[in-house]
Design a binder for this molecule. Sequence first.
Ligand code: SF4
Length: 230
Amino acid sequence: MPGFGASATEFLPVLHKQAPSPIAATGRISFISFELLLSALIEARVGIPYIQPVLDGLRSLGADDPDSLAVLDISAFASHWTGPSRKRMTDLGGTLKRFASSILAMGGMDLVEAASQESLRSAWLKIPGLGPSTVDHLLQLAGFPIIPIDRAIYRILVRHGWIAEEDGYEEAQNVILSAFSNDIATLQALAEAFSHIGKRWCKATNAACTACPLAPWLPESGKPYGSGAD
Ligand code: SF4
């Protein structure tokens, strides 16, 4: 069976068609927005529907920049909400506050923009509550040639035999990076397309292979998981 790189060269045109939005990145962006990074953190911790309400809430509390967010009154932030549980929002408030403190410790957003991928990854991985997938998502948003491995990407890699079930985060990431190192646009396109395929066809409980655009690249032994009932 062809490895990931050879297969991806064939299926990328198909994945591009499945991507939910056009992929336009061609290199590291020149300005990293603090709000964009916060949005990614909010999405990772409480989901997309809360991105804008939380950003609005922080604004109303006067805590929407690194200096003010680093001294956030977490109790006031958590009691601001009626929907999500207080514990969930307390955890989120703590994560956002620690992230803002890390930005200040690095010297502010200007120096973050000039920092290397390795130094940012190392600093952000030290923040309690941030795992490698979230940190790599932040780095990808900042325009670095990396891909976060979420559950959907991991599932697809395992189900197609491109990694073994016992492989971990780094092995899964290396399979993709070794095929597309420094190709920021392709890495972003792969992340978006795999996420879309994972939500629509390749779910944890069922692999709806019959209708999935990646079916032609299943292992010769056939579909490894799920039923054919799409
Ligand atoms: S072909 Fe099947 S295993 Fe492969 S990504 Fe699609 S649903 Fe998942």
